[in-house]
Design a protein around this ligand. Structure first.
Ligand SMILES: [Zn+2]
Length: 346
């Protein structure tokens, strides 16, 4: 009725309409064999979607046998889409378009290894992933930070936080956003935000730093912060350290700010500069930018002071970025390395 196919495939359906639309498209037959379809399979798990993910482009008609193989990720989401003739990749809003995922939202690396995603520890996911656990590294990709609605540095593929509701009535921490390389440190190793295994000469310093503290990092913790050894777009002339910490995670839980500071003190890590620590007030947060020099400061990050889960990150953390900020690391990675400078000690 005037609706194009494109709109129908990306329209949120009811559970029943989803099942019907998927079965109709796949002619009531399993897309992998000639058995009749018994399930409308969610290509990406419905728990990954804020709205349940009942979209035609996220569904596949399958028999019982193939349904289980899809759930167990023995059949990849790419293969499922292909079998259904789905050409458009539909992802939950907080997922990244250039990242491959398995059914449970675990990022899949080009070499076939997987990173633990937000549902990794979910009992349902654990049961289905039992046979492929050997493919997982213990690395966790740092979540994508959405922009605050008044952020000036939005580019086309950036996402804005859906609402500020999770901040209302909460104590929040607003810290300076530093322009370096997002890094995660574990007892067993370290990685940058994009886990591609490539070595960059600027990682020499962070590797040394990590070697000094790694034995004090408990097995189940990861320390996240900014590696500022190399100059990116903003020159820093008086840093207290080349590594400034902003969060500590215990498995899928980001620790409260107060607990984070205790860990930083124990490990000898300097936290990012805090611009505000108190009850959330939109005007107060907006005013933090007044009088700031955008040549010297990239922006700021707001987080709730309480702990929260990996899946809640997109609602409980958000950033303000200066206008015209260059986000990509490709820009500097190909250039000659220029070091930032540390504060002179008296
Ligand atoms: Zn089948």
């Amino acid at each position: 009725m005037g609706q194009t196919k494109e709109t129908i495939t990306s329209t949120l359906l009811s559970r029943e309409a989803f099942r019907q639309a998927v079965f109709d498209r796949d002619r009531f037959q399993c897309v992998f064999c000639d058995r009749p379809a018994v399930d409308a399979h969610h290509i990406l798990e419905r728990k990954l979607w804020p709205d349940g993910g009942y979209y035609l482009d996220n569904g596949a008609a399958v028999c019982e046998v193939h349904h289980l193989l899809c759930e167990k990720t023995a059949i990849s989401v790419e293969t499922i889409r292909q079998a259904c003739g789905i050409t458009r990749i539909l992802l939950p809003p907080h997922f990244e378009a250039d990242q491959a995922y398995d059914k449970w939202g675990n990022p899949v690396l080009p070499n076939g290894q997987r990173l633990k995603g937000e549902l990794f520890d979910n009992p349902g996911a654990q049961k289905m992933l039992a046979k492929v656990l050997h493919l997982f590294t213990s690395w966790v990709k740092y979540p994508r930070t959405f922009h605050l609605p008044w952020s000036l540095g939005l580019s086309d593929d950036d996402k804005v936080i859906e609402s500020l509701d999770a901040f209302l009535g909460q104590r929040v921490i607003v810290s300076e956003k530093k322009d370096g390389q997002n890094s995660s440190l574990y007892r067993a190793g370290l990685h940058a935000r994009s886990i591609d295994g490539r070595h960059h000469p600027s990682q020499g310093w962070i590797k040394q730093f990590h070697a000094q503290i790694r034995h004090d990092i408990p097995e189940n913790l990861r320390i996240c912060g900014e590696n500022l050894y190399t100059r990116h777009s903003i020159p820093y002339l008086a840093l207290p350290s080349y590594f400034l910490g902003f969060s500590v995670w215990e498995k899928n839980i980001c620790l409260s700010w107060d607990e984070t500071l205790e860990w930083f003190a124990l490990l000898g890590i300097t936290p990012v500069p805090v611009l505000y620590n108190g009850p959330f007030d939109e005007q107060v947060v907006r005013d933090l930018w007044v009088g700031q020099d955008p040549e010297k400061i990239e922006g700021y990050v707001v987080r709730v002071a309480d702990s929260f889960s990996y899946g809640e990150f997109r609602r409980k953390v958000a950033k303000f970025v200066r206008a015209g900020h260059v986000q990509t690391s490709k820009h500097w990675a190909t250039q000659e390395i220029v070091k930032n400078s540390l504060r002179k000690k008296n």
